[in-house]
Every structure is written in C-alpha cells, then in structure tokens.
Design a protein around this ligand. Structure first.
Ligand SMILES: [Zn+2]
Ligand SMILES: [Zn+2]
Length: 146
C-alpha cells in the first residue's frame, strides 16, 4: 500500500498524533512494506533521511498507544508493528529461523469464541493469534542441507 504524504498526515491527525516529517515517513514506510515491520526495518528503509532509531521507536510506541498501530505478540527482542487498519482480519506466521513475518488470511477462532460464550458466558471482542514455526524457504534450505 502506497501512502502519499497528505494521506499519512490525515492518518496521523485522525489519531491525535502530530504530523512531523519523520512520523509521516515512518507511517508511509510501514504501509509500503505491506506487512508488519520493526523499528530497525523502518530505519533501514529511510536510509536517505537523517534520523535515529530511538526517534522511530518513540513514534511507533506512541502510534500504538493512540491506536494507529498494532504491536504483534511475537517472541524476541524487537517489537513488530503494523497499521491497525491494515486490510481484512488476519493472523501472522512468524518464522523462528529467518524471523520473517507473513500475514495469514485465515481464521478458525469462531468456534473457540462460541465455546467461550457458551461455557463461560464470555463474549469475545477481539483476539490475536500468531503462529510460530519454520517457513517454506527455511524448510527447503534444511532439506537441501541433508
Ligand atoms: Zn524462514
Ligand atoms: Zn482471527
């Protein structure tokens, strides 16, 4: 997804965030990646813009607090973010070898939610599921090693 500078501004303002140049570029970079990214990945994509990693971390965590971004619940040191409004309902596949994250447009949690309501009277409002494993490329590499 490509975001123009004015679209990025609108998105930031709608969430009560100030539209600094770096904030716009951070949001646009995240959108263009088409999936979750870490501060480091965004920093690397903005190579031509002088900025430090700490500022990008700050923009991302503020964006999460204001509901513009969602942080994924992945293991490891780096936090992964995506735009909260990013497309249809989905989950993530996290490769524990190459640490790449893929969006997974499949959800079978409905029965889970129905059971929670039936057995506990608990009404589910949202859920987040991340799957951990080994991606196809890494599995192929492993096979070729033998
Ligand atoms: Zn992998
Ligand atoms: Zn789901």
């Amino acid at each position: 997804m490509r975001l123009t500078s004015s679209q990025a501004t609108a998105l930031l303002r709608r969430h009560g965030l100030s539209s600094t140049r770096l904030a716009r570029q951070t949001v646009a970079s995240l959108a263009s990646m088409g999936g979750p990214a870490t501060a480091k990945m965004i920093h690397a994509s903005l190579r031509r813009v002088p900025c430090d990693l700490a500022t990008i971390h700050r923009i991302l965590s503020k964006g999460e607090r204001k509901g513009l971004l969602r942080a994924l619940h992945l293991k490891g040191k780096s936090r992964w973010y995506e735009l909260a409004a990013a497309g249809p309902h989905h989950h993530h596949l996290y490769c524990v070898r190459c640490r790449r994250v893929k969006r997974f447009l499949f959800c079978a949690i409905g029965r889970f939610e129905q059971a929670a309501l039936r057995e506990h009277g608990f009404e589910v409002e949202s859920h987040s599921v991340e799957l951990f494993g080994v991606c196809r490329a890494c599995r192929n590499l492993r096979r070729n090693d033998k």
